[in-house]
Design a protein around this ligand. Structure first.
Ligand SMILES: *[C@@H]1O[C@H](CO)[C@@H](O)[C@H](O)[C@H]1NC(C)=O
Ligand SMILES: *[C@@H]1O[C@H](CO)[C@@H](O)[C@H](O)[C@H]1NC(C)=O
Ligand SMILES: *[C@@H]1O[C@H](CO)[C@@H](O)[C@H](O)[C@H]1NC(C)=O
Ligand SMILES: *[C@@H]1O[C@H](CO)[C@@H](O)[C@H](O)[C@H]1NC(C)=O
Ligand SMILES: *[C@@H]1O[C@H](CO)[C@@H](O)[C@H](O)[C@H]1NC(C)=O
Length: 952
């Protein structure tokens, strides 16, 4: 009976299909149904692409997305799907009108990809029992609870409730657990079921229920929180195992070896297990590919980061039964394969996409891959591949993307690209390739839009300046290609009007900044580390209005910044450091989009900024070594994301405002060295719990060192110095836009405090000994008094300690000898007294200069020998031994503190720190196969699949 009704239904759909194909439609519309549709239309409050504009005439059968039975004139189909594949923008609705119930013969309803504002899937849909096709996927319905009421739709062949956004906003969507899935077992006609993004982790009987559906052959359970125990053999009957063809279990919590159950799925054509934590695959991928006459078309195991062992498996044992190979897509990026690419991969003549990026493969690329005559995409980047790029690649005439970057490939068969006229993306960057690429090599590559050749030591380009390429590049990366362009900008770039990213760092260019470089689409420009001279063109704002990333650092660019910079409202990262810029910095181009700004080592002057601007999104600001003046820039008052503030070597003056400590709550490095700051150090600085580098040296600061130093959490615990990695961010962006990305300034930083060369008074706060991660402490050249904290030996990591040129008195604490890493100690020119401790590591300090200028200090390495008499500081002669002495000292201090009632700052001094930063090496990297894209392909095949079932 069921079979019969299904056949009928299929039959009717075939007729429908023919109708919709033949667009001649003499059918007019049933008035009642027309009104219902109009009522339904009213629910859509926004229709940006005006798709419903056609819903106005009398014949509703001609309306967009509406289909009628030509005989009965009943509306049987509504297809308002919005899909990024066909670029239709979504329709917006806050509730589906129940007028649809009037459409009693409706069997096809597709509202996918539209926006329903998290409303419930309406209950009345459960009464539309004629439905055979229902697609509500990705339509922003409330996915918290499964729509049990759909259990009455027993004629459904296709049901898609997938919610691919659900997983990413899992906080909202996945909290509600779905235990009750019994209703699904009523959907006895179902062939295709999509439930992605629904939390099914508590549905222990999931596979029992699903495998009881007699026709189910396609199942999409992406991001459903599934675990191993939900996918056991016991839970699946053998007819399901032999029937299932299309299975997507990506983005779940499966782990361990890939379960044997998959091996019993004998009809499997598509299997996606990506983004799980599988660790091994029994028999390797070959055991999947080479069985059942090689019917598997797609196998995706990507981003199972620990997937290792014999991932490929062997060819000999398995291949016997195959007469042909259907495999089209093999995705293994983001795994731990750790073996060579097997030769037999070259057998798969139907393979269109092979991805082994970031999978820890090594060795040479087998020449047999040149036999993959259908191959369109080959991703092998970010591995340890060596040897030559096989010349056989010249036979891959269908190749569109060839991604070989970030390996150790050495030889480039220059001829091997010449015939690849479908090539769009060529990435051979970051290898050890040598050779010359000339115009002829690119003559046929008219579709090329991405050319990444940079960072190959001995690769060069040989193009005449009047070359007119046949291609229009979007992405061109040739950094570190010192032999590519001579000293001039490549003139052929004039012909490239579509550039998005241009990376020509370290290419020995020494001409003017190219005034002719005009690219409206350009978002990233890296010309750093050349010898570019002259000013930035005054019209830069019009030449490249969409610029986001601008790297000009390490050149000879001079003059003031052009005002047209102010037109670049999207600037996100700007590095102009180490040039010869001068003049004021106007505020108009400082917008909240800016996250990194480096103007250091130029001749900028005036206040910063000179006019009104906004830096509320800034994370790293480098203004060092200029001639900026005025007070601490107030523009930074709301820069809550600030991590590095470097003002060193300027003429900034006035107090360090309290808002630095109170507002810049993520500050990690504060470098105000070599300025004219005065007043006291605000104790609010101690609120900066992430701070690990504080450099206030060489200012005119006075008063005591703040006491609550132990709040510097980053200095007390193992400092996992985590910058919000701009590169990560760029990576994420690139995943969205499938773009290239940069790495940002790499920072090598030390945990340090340097307060030297100020006018600080009081004593050294004993809390400083809690900063166990401190590597450098410099409090020298101040007016600090009191003793050295007895527990100074607690600062285990200390490598450099400079307390010289103060008025410290008392003994050198014995604990100091526990500082095993100490390599640099300066206690000279104080009033320290007693014997220099000789035990432990301290005995290795035999430079008298570490200690001299302390008249009451004695013992090695000072010439003055200790006698019982002079080994004590005059005022405390009665003290018998040093430990006791320290004790007494503390007591004495304690009384002093009480007496002074903490009112007089008694804290001392501070130390030195060095801030090393190795310059950013900016590079581009092609985000080869982004999840997004993979997902798109999957979506795409899902669409086709659903259509396929309808046609069946
Ligand atoms: C149209 O309706 C007639 C009569 O109910 C039916 O036989 C036919 O299969 C229907 N056609 C379609 C395409 O649904
Ligand atoms: C009705 O739809 C047609 C296109 O199908 C359009 O040209 C016309 O402007 C619409 N009329 C109204 C009143 O919206
Ligand atoms: C979405 O629904 C909420 C109530 O659930 C409402 O407040 C909000 O305005 C709706 N959004 C739109 C864009 O209609
Ligand atoms: C499903 O069908 C049963 C029996 O016809 C009916 O009692 C029930 O109300 C229906 N449920 C829904 C949600 O329409
Ligand atoms: C799975 O396949 C193996 C070998 O082909 C067979 O022995 C086993 O019985 C199958 N298990 C099930 C549950 O079908």
């Amino acid at each position: 009976m069921k079979k019969l009704s299904f056949l009928l239904c299929v039959l009717s759909m075939m007729v429908l299909l023919q109708f919709s194909l033949s667009r001649v439609s003499a059918v007019t519309c049933i008035q009642k149904e027309r009104e219902a549709l109009l009522q339904f239309k009213r629910g859509f409050w926004w229709d940006p692409s005006h798709r419903l504009a056609s819903w106005n005439g009398t014949n509703c059968c001609n309306w967009y997305g509406v289909g009628c039975n030509q005989t009965t004139r009943h509306v049987i189909k509504i297809d308002l799907r919005s899909n990024r594949l066909d670029y239709s923008s979504p329709l917006f609705n806050n509730s589906i009108d129940s007028s649809l119930l009037e459409l009693k013969h409706l069997n096809y309803l597709d509202l996918s990809g539209n926006y329903f504002n998290y409303t419930q899937i309406p209950h009345f849909l459960g009464s539309m029992v004629e439905l055979t096709y229902l697609n509500l996927s990705n339509a922003f319905f409330n996915a918290k609870v499964l729509p049990r009421h759909l259990g009455n739709l027993t004629k459904l062949v296709v049901l898609d409730l997938s919610n691919s956004y659900g997983y990413s906003i899992s906080g909202v969507e996945l909290k509600q657990l779905n235990r009750d899935i019994e209703w699904i077992s009523h959907l006895s006609s179902l062939h295709f079921f999509g439930l992605s993004g629904t939390n099914l982790s508590e549905a222990s009987n999931l596979m029992q229920v699903l495998s009881s559906l007699p026709f189910l052959s396609s199942l999409i359970l992406r991001g459903c929180g599934l675990q191993n125990n939900q996918f056991s053999f016991r839970s699946m009957n053998s007819s399901f195992l032999s029937r299932i063809q299309y299975l997507d279990l990506s983005v779940n919590h499966f782990d361990g070896p890939i379960p044997k159950a998959f091996h019993n799925m004998t009809s499997l054509k598509f299997l996606d297990l990506s983004d799980n934590q599988f660790t091994s695959i029994d028999g390797g991928v070959s055991s999947f590919i080479f069985r059942n006459n090689c019917i598997l078309k797609t196998l995706d195991l990507s981003y199972n980061y620990d997937l290792g062992g014999d991932v490929f498996g062997s060819y000999e044992n398995e291949s016997m039964s195959c007469s042909r190979y259907d495999l089209q897509v093999l995705n293994l990026p983001g795994t731990s394969i750790q073996i060579k690419i097997p030769n037999w991969l070259g057998k798969f003549k139907n393979l269109r996409s092979l991805s082994l990026s970031r999978s820890h493969i090594y060795g040479s690329i087998p020449a047999s891959l040149g036999n993959l005559s259908s191959l369109e995409n080959l991703y092998l980047s970010s591995n340890a591949l060596t040897g030559a790029i096989p010349t056989t690649f010249g036979k891959l005439l269908n190749l569109r993307k060839l991604i070989l970057g970030w390996n150790r490939l050495e030889e480039l068969g220059e001829e091997c690209f010449i015939q690849l006229e479908n090539l769009e993306v060529l990435d051979i960057s970051h290898n050890l390739l040598k050779g010359v690429l000339a115009e002829a090599h690119f003559a046929n590559l008219s579709r090329l839009n991405t050319l990444l050749i940079g960072d190959n030591e001995h690769l060069s380009l040989d193009m005449k300046s009047n070359w007119i390429p046949t291609f229009q590049l979007k992405y061109f990366y040739a950094s570190s290609c010192t032999d590519c362009f001579g000293s001039e900008f490549p003139q052929w770039l004039r012909t490239q009007k579509a550039l998005v990213t241009l990376g020509l760092s370290k290419t020995s260019i020494s001409s003017d900044f190219p005034i002719w470089l005009r690219a409206r689409s350009l978002t990233a420009l890296d010309l750093s580390h050349n010898q570019i001279v002259g000013p930035i063109p005054t019209s830069i704002g019009d030449q490249m209005p969409n610029l986001k990333y601008l790297y000009l650092n390490g050149n000879l660019i001079n003059d003031s910044l052009p005002l047209s910079l102010c037109k670049l409202k999207n600037l996100t990262e700007v590095d102009l450091s180490s040039n010869e810029f001068s003049g004021m910095v106007q505020g108009c181009w400082l917008t909240s989009n800016l996250t990194i700004l480096d103007l250091s080592s130029n001749n900028f002057s005036g206040t910063f900024p000179y006019s009104h601007g906004n830096l509320s999104g800034i994370q790293r600001l480098f203004l060092g070594n200029n001639s900026f003046e005025g007070s601490m820039p107030r523009i930074l008052k709301n820069s809550k994301d600030m991590e590095i503030l470097d003002l060193e070597g300027n003429k900034f003056s006035g107090n360090i405002p309290t808002w630095v400590g109170n507002n810049l709550e993520n500050l990690k490095c504060l470098m105000l060295r070599d300025n004219l700051f005065n007043g006291t150090i605000p104790s609010s600085l101690c609120n900066l719990t992430s701070l690990f580098n504080l450099d206030l040296a060489r200012n005119q600061l006075e008063g005591p060192i703040p006491q609550n130093l132990r709040n510097f959490n980053a200095m007390t615990e193992q400092a996992y110095v985590i910058f919000s990695h701009p590169r990560e961010k760029s990576i994420r962006q690139s995943i969205k836009s499938n773009d290239l990305y940069y790495s940002m300034k790499q920072l090598e930083v030390m945990v340090k405090i340097d307060l030297s060369q100020n006018y600080l008074v009081g004593s050294i706060p004993s809390e400083i000994t809690k900063l166990k991660e401190l590597i450098g402490l410099n409090l020298s050249h101040n007016n600090l008094t009191g003793t050295i904290p007895a527990e100074i030996g607690e600062i285990e990591s200390l490598e450099s300690l400079d307390l010289s040129f103060n008025q410290l008195f008392g003994p050198i604490p014995r604990s100091i000898s526990r500082l095993n890493s100490l390599g640099d100690l300066k206690l000279s020119h104080n009033n320290l007294s007693g014997e220099i401790p000789q035990e432990g590591h301290l005995s290795t300090f035999n430079e008298a200069s570490s200690f001299d200028g302390n008249p009451y200090l004695c013992g090695d390495p000072l010439p003055k020998k200790c006698t019982t008499k002079n080994s004590f500081e005059p005022r405390f002669r009665h003290i018998e031994n040093q430990d006791e002495e320290e004790d007494k000292w503390e007591k004495w201090l304690f009384y002093v503190m009480i007496i002074l009632g903490y009112t007089v700052g008694f804290w001392g001094v501070v130390g030195a720190l060095i801030f090393k930063r190795s310059w950013r090496y900016a590079y581009f990297k092609f985000a080869d196969e982004t999840k997004d894209k993979i997902h798109t392909t999957i979506q795409w095949s899902v669409e086709r699949l659903k259509r396929f079932f309808l046609r069946k």
